[in-house]
Design a binder for this molecule. Sequence first.
Ligand code: NAP
Length: 484
Amino acid sequence: MVSRVIPVDPFDLVIFGATGDLARRKILPALFRRFCAGQMEGGSRVIGAARSDLDRAAFHEVVRSAIAEFVTDGRNDPATTEAFLETVDYVTLDARGDTGWDALAARIDPDRVRAFYFSVGPSLFGDLALRLHRHGMAAGKARIVVEKPFGRDLATAQALNATLAQHFREDQIYRIDHYLGKETVQNLMAIRFGNMLFEPLWNSQYVDHIQFTVAETVGVAGREEYYDRAGALRDMVQNHMMQLLCLIAMEPPAKFEPSAVRDEKLKVIRALDPVKPQDIVRGQYLPDDDKPGYLEHVGDPTSTTESFVALRAHVSNWRWAGTPFYLRTGKRLKARTSEIAVVFKDAPHSIFGAEAGRHRNILTIVLQPNEGIELGVTIKEPGPGGMRLIDVPLDMSFAEALGPESGMVADAYERLIMDVVRGNQTLFMRGDEVEAAWAWTDPIIAGWEERGEAPLPYDSGSSGPVEALALMHKDGRRWREIRK
Ligand code: NAP
């Protein structure tokens, strides 16, 4: 089954930071795939911009190599790549200077949708917004796409929101979180709100707890400087995991449209209790045989930045009172996996007796590596000999359900870029959401600093510090195995 392609009006998309890592790995390949899908017909254009003094042909080389390296589903044949390059142009400019900006303005069509993707360091976001405004490109159908990190605390996020608001309306600002563009994350909403089966059970009466795991096997190599200033809480929890928590916990919005969805997510963040020090564990990975540990990676033996965090959160509202939300994320763990597990309560009474064991339903939403949704149900073990129960998965792996064409399903960046072009902000974070998320994480970080708390060491290739396991054990629960 091939995904349906909805036509869009011709647009201009400017990538600031077009020679950088994110542009090469994600944005340019995503645009190429949308080109292949027929969504750039009618003269849509991609304009790269950065300080590097490249002409159009030299930038085409950058794009060619990005497509060759990162489009691996067979669509990167030379003829298609050359046809895509016909749509691609380049302008040399400096976010902090005024040269190059008039050349950019001359190249874009003032009557079309024009999207400006800020794929540069966050310290340049304000400069770009100011210059777009100054050179007459901020009005009308202009939209800006702002990458993470959006601030490093509440004060910096507020300042950035205020700066952007001087030049752009909120409905022009797309704060991107690529987790929200994942097929499974949207399926989570389809499952919750498109079926009668789950929503009646989606509350503390039936849900024992919910676990969120985002585990990586890589360390911080290549991102040492940024990561050591951020840490796992800022890098993963405040944004991606918070967004996932919101989608799981929010009330049904009246419509699947931007204000309604974002209003409901905001209510969840505001209902989160402050996290108590005993409800959070931080860790730092140790060296193993051939790989350096966190401290060696960042080159600072005194660093107290966490590469792992696990915490217990409570959403204090009518629906979720008494149901804990456990979140954990870390680097150099035993497998690369992201999943949400909704663990339902035990049946109130076992008619099969104690020997049948304890069984519970678990709805698992897997975001990576293989996106899919699995529902664990209890059945009778086949064969004679009485009533023995086993848990089996009702599996909906997208690769299987969608057949051999599933590789053609749009990735998160493709979907989100097309949402920007269409003017649909549902899957983007609103300014107040981002600020509310920082308002919740700031006191956690302040507490660590006040108490002078250092992260606990953990072995590379493990599930994190043992204290993180204890976080659940003391509640009589346990983390799911981190598995591939
Ligand atoms: P990067 O590889 O360092 O690239 C930065 C880009 O910005 C380059 O094209 C650079 O080109 C351009 N640039 C730097 N200073 C400039 C200036 N004064 N004026 C105009 N252009 C300038 O960074 P990146 O990894 O692509 O990250 C870009 C943004 O995405 C950052 O905000 C980052 O936090 C975010 N992000 C990245 C990833 C990722 O996987 N890479 C993931 C999530 C979020 P010139 O030197 O030629 O100007």
